[in-house]
Ligand binder design. Structure first.
Ligand code: COA
Length: 333
């Protein structure tokens, strides 16, 4: 039986650090408000002319490949998650493929928002288990800062998000002990408009982007923060429980939980539900904010670099986001 396992991890964040205090230049907010409600102290914003969505992803991927002891040419497929691509289309996965010199291999471009990385990992896992590919690059990359509305109207959303990229190399293994145990994907489109960007959409007649759309705020992220919060705490716990149950495991077996970095209060609530000690949950939202599809691979890579992920450890990734989507992955490292 063929399984898949993560053999290399990498991440990239832009150099430009933007503190909560820095945000007060653009909007009526405060360090205290942001820290108390979200846990965030600072985030990274890309530098125009230096960082791109695909470029950041390529940097993260190179690091992951080097740590896996592989060359870029060993990669057979790219699964790339982002909701902030360089172009409206084609997706940034193609631009990263070009940058890595991998012309010819397949690229699967997905969105799936804050659950994007876990969805991407699940897709890659299936391709490896069927025997179609042996080495797949799984990527999450976002540039939120060029998109979000940094004025007073957008402050409820703007303070949360940041930029960055993370990547994992997934390889085939016959070892039943050290591998991805299972992945679990869910969505509920009834809540699509509780966290969304309407434009440039194809649902209305005329050109897909007009000045009116900008003036109406169609390009802004609209978020019902309360609804997101309430659903997130339930779904996180549910989907982690589902993964444990599928494998006959219990919460106390988790060596490291890597939740999507949405809000420190959400992660803290989930940690308490599972009765896990603080050191078994990866949290870096304080430094990077919510980097959407990039948040889990960045947090996992940092935890791995800190020696918090060791062979034999049970690692659980869990995500919740726009869609609504939620997902989990359980790995025996
Ligand atoms: N700075 C200062 N004040 C702000 C602010 C900001 N950045 N954003 C909003 N406010 C104000 C509001 O205008 C409101 O003022 P009012 O009481 O005078 O009307 C007040 O703060 C409370 O706003 P509210 O939206 O009710 O705050 P909240 O306690 O619900 O926290 C979130 C807002 C966004 C932090 C919270 O809802 C949340 O974390 N939701 C989950 C979001 C999330 O995780 N999204 C990513 C999903 S993957």
């Amino acid at each position: 039986m063929t399984y898949s396992k993560i053999t290399g991890l990498g991440f990239y964040v832009p150099e430009n650090v933007v503190t909560n205090q820095d945000l007060t230049q653009f909007m009526d907010t405060s360090d205290e408000w942001i820290r108390e409600r979200t846990g965030i102290r600072e985030r990274r914003y890309f530098t125009y002319g230096k960082d791109t969505n695909a470029g950041m992803a390529a940097a993260a991927s190179r690091m992951a490949l080097e740590r896996a002891g592989l060359q870029a040419r060993d990669v057979e497929l790219i699964v790339y998650a982002t909701i902030t691509p360089d172009y409206f289309f084609p997706g940034s996965g193609f631009l990263m493929q070009r940058e890595l010199g991998l012309e010819g291999i397949g690229v699967i471009d997905i969105r799936d928002q804050c659950s994007g990385f876990v969805y991407a990992l699940s897709i890659a896992d299936q391709f490896i288990k069927t025997g179609m590919y042996k080495t797949i690059l799984v990527v999450g990359s976002e540039i939120q800062s060029s998109w979000i509305n940094k004025s007073n109207e957008g402050r409820g959303v703007a303070v949360i998000f940041g930029d960055g990229a993370g990547a994992a190399v997934l390889q085939a293994t016959e070892d039943p002990e050290h591998r991805i145990l299972s992945t679990h994907l869910h969505a509920d489109g009834r809540y699509a408009e509780d966290l969304y960007v309407r434009d440039p959409g194809s649902s209305r007649p005329g050109r897909s982007a007009t000045k009116e759309m900008v003036d109406e705020g169609g390009f802004d992220v609209i978020m019902n923060g309360n609804a997101v919060f309430k659903h997130a705490v339930v779904r996180f716990s549910e989907v982690i429980g589902e993964a444990l149950e599928a494998n006959g495991l219990r919460p106390e077996d988790i060596a490291l939980l890597v939740p999507h970095q949405a809000n420190i209060r959400i992660s803290e609530y989930v940690r308490q539900q599972l009765n896990l000690p603080e050191d078994r949950v990866a949290n870096n939202i304080q430094k990077y904010g919510n980097t959407t599809a990039a948040s889990i691979p960045i947090a996992l890579t940092e935890a791995w670099e800190q020696g918090r992920v060791k062979p034999g450890d049970l690692v659980c990734m869990a995500a919740f986001g726009s869609g609504f989507t939620w997902a989990s992955a359980l790995i025996r490292w």
